[in-house]
Design a protein around this ligand. Structure first.
Ligand code: SF4
Length: 208
């Protein structure tokens, strides 16, 4: 298996640029993570900026007309579904937690529309806590490298948390997202430029 020190060194060398989540306020992290699903960073940033310029807290979003939210978040795609989720999450935050975002996984995933990845992003990017949100990049790269051998992001999270010391969990999402956008691309990964290739299961078994 690739040594964790080598993994971190290589991925940190490709991690320059803005943070994967462009907010530190837990509510904005939560909503922008919902917006980021199945779209590009630039679309998420545009939709988030437009949305938060008009509605920036759970109360405002819970009361906002659905069509108004849809219009503001249109750049993020799937805007009918995402607008409904955002409104529902905002209403649940008010109903269950007095309008605050809880800082633990169990309470976050108790809210309708929030899964493990979104909850993990809120813990890491909103509360600077130790968690390891697994998105499509983290799932793909971890399996290619042989850090884990899993079929679902949920199983990847459990396996990665065993393979990587807790003190490094919080940076893994950012590092793997950037690495996945620049080097370990979903299709045609740039293996010849990758400093991990000698330890990578995919490179040893599948690379052309
Ligand atoms: S060698 Fe290729 S498949 Fe393996 S981590 Fe690097 S880019 Fe990804």
């Amino acid at each position: 298996m690739v040594p964790i020190s080598l993994l971190l060194k290589e991925m940190r060398s490709h991690s320059e640029g803005a943070p994967v989540v462009g907010f530190s306020d837990p509510f904005k992290v939560l909503i922008s993570t919902v917006l980021s699903q199945r779209t590009k960073d630039a679309n998420t940033a545009k939709a988030s900026k437009q949305l938060f310029s008009k509605y920036s807290n759970p109360k405002e979003l819970a009361q906002a007309p659905l069509q108004s939210i849809e219009k503001l978040i249109k750049p993020a795609g799937f805007y009918h579904t995402k607008a409904k989720r955002i409104k529902k999450i905002s209403a649940s935050l008010i109903e269950k937690f007095g309008g605050s975002v809880p800082n633990n996984r169990e309470q976050l995933v108790s809210l309708a529309g929030i899964g493990p990845k979104t909850a993990g992003c809120v813990i890491v990017y909103g509360f600077q806590g130790a968690d390891l949100p697994v998105d499509t990049h983290v799932h793909r790269i971890s399996n290619r490298l042989g850090l884990v051998e899993t079929k679902t992001p949920e199983k990847t999270e459990l396996a990665l948390k065993k393979a990587i010391p807790r003190k490094h969990w919080a940076e893994i999402n950012h590092l793997m997202v950037r690495f996945g956008q620049k080097i370990c691309l979903p299709r045609n990964p740039r293996c010849t430029e990758c400093g991990l290739k000698r330890k990578c299961v995919y490179y040893k078994t599948s690379a052309p």
